[in-house]
Ligand binder design. Structure first.
Ligand code: M6R
Length: 366
């Protein structure tokens, strides 16, 4: 049932081209230059009248929410707040009928996310779910929603759920941007075209597997890792660090690259590997100067770069290439090598990749 793969996690990593295609199938209609999503169309007024969108989620789904914050604000020009469901629900939050709450959950069973939904509903907010499991508690409790269609995710470490959540949220942001007129029709078409090409590019990114395995071999015995990214790729840094922690038990932290000099730079010495997401679009030069700062402190640099990159290649100890895409879609590609890196390190350390200690696939208690 693992389809020839050693672990569900690896199978699910490799399923991402198909999962992403399944997610946009029937929704992204490039020829007609439209996005069709029943849950959005039926509730368009609610979305257009919203003063803001509040996103609640936990873990990896929260990271997908952070990526969505950039996309929604960038494309649809609507203010977004992203909250850990557990913090949101206990904070006496200000919620009104003019708020739209989007709850993201692979399992649709996460207790804190479910409770946040109930709270928002009781205050009159419109609640939209982004779930993978059909008919799950969250899918039933929300007013409307959009499924990710990723197929069953068995590995405790979330992989294809993350990229398909980002895909759904991108479709929503694009649909709203079109309705609001905050995106030009040529830009909109360009996004559709680029999004449609993502599965092929994920496929391409998966080909770095053997190269990533070699990098894993070099760093598998360290006790700490740092992950840095900026803009759209800051949440990817968080997700990369979470993936490594949960399956390899190596301590890892994700940071916005510019925050490094506000503290974490003190950790850097020749024993510290630092994964830096440094793709061509979006703050590239700034990330390059962050890399220079790391290098002058002898940190080991693993750069996630755009195909054909030269600048980072000169500075980094290792680079892993991903195909070029729009900045807003780059998380869908930069995530892939980070999933593979954590996977290979965990396997080399002999850890139980699919069922890491102390973790459950769905956290139904708070
Ligand atoms: O099912 P959910 O998306 O609501 O789950 C949220 C988190 O528990 C989940 O993403 C968790 O962080 C994963 N193990 C991360 O890989």
């Amino acid at each position: 049932e693992k389809g020839g793969f050693d672990h569900f996690m690896l199978k699910e990593i490799h399923e991402q081209p198909k999962a992403i295609t399944d997610t946009y199938r029937g929704r992204l209609l490039r020829q007609e230059a439209i996005i069709k999503m029943a849950g959005i169309e039926d509730n368009m007024k609610k979305f257009l009248n919203a003063d803001r969108i509040i996103i609640v989620a936990c873990g990896t789904s929260w990271h997908a929410g952070l990526v969505a914050e950039y996309i929604f604000e960038d494309l649809a020009r609507v203010p977004v707040e992203v909250e850990y469901a557990s913090e949101f629900r206990y904070r006496n939050p200000i919620i009104t009928e003019k708020d739209v709450l989007i709850a993201i959950s692979q399992s649709g069973e996460t207790a804190d996310t479910l409770a946040a939904i109930k709270l928002a509903k009781s205050k009159g907010a419109f609640v939209f779910g982004v779930c993978n499991v059909v008919g799950s508690s969250i899918a039933r409790e929300t007013h409307a929603g959009a499924y990710t269609h990723a197929g069953p995710e068995i590995g405790v470490a979330s992989t294809k759920a993350f990229t398909t959540q980002i895909t759904v949220l991108t479709l929503i942001a694009l649909r709203l941007a079109r309705a609001k007129g905050t995106i030009s029709s040529s830009d909109f078409r360009h996004h559709l075209l680029e999004l449609e090409m993502i599965p092929k590019k994920v496929e391409e990114s998966l080909k770095s597997d053997a190269h990533i395995q070699k990098i894993a071999e070099i760093y598998k015995d360290v006790s700490n890792f740092l992950y840095l990214g900026r803009g759209y790729n800051f949440p990817v840094a968080l997700e990369g660090a979470l993936k490594l922690k949960e399956i390899s038990y190596i301590h890892a932290e994700g940071y916005p690259a510019a925050e490094m000099k506000h503290g974490p730079i003190a950790l850097i010495d020749e024993n510290m590997p630092i994964v830096v997401i440094a793709t061509k679009k979006g703050h590239y030069e700034k990330v390059v100067s962050n890399i220079q700062e790391i290098k002058s402190r002898k940190g080991k640099i693993i750069g996630i770069v755009t195909e054909g990159d030269v600048q980072v290649k000169e500075l980094a100890d290792h680079v892993i290439e991903v195909p070029e895409t729009l900045e807003s879609l780059s998380p869908l590609l930069t995530t892939i090598p980070l999933q593979l890196l954590s996977y290979h390190i965990a396997v080399m350390l002999g850890k139980n990749v699919d069922q890491p200690r102390n973790l459950a696939k769905s956290v139904t208690v708070e």
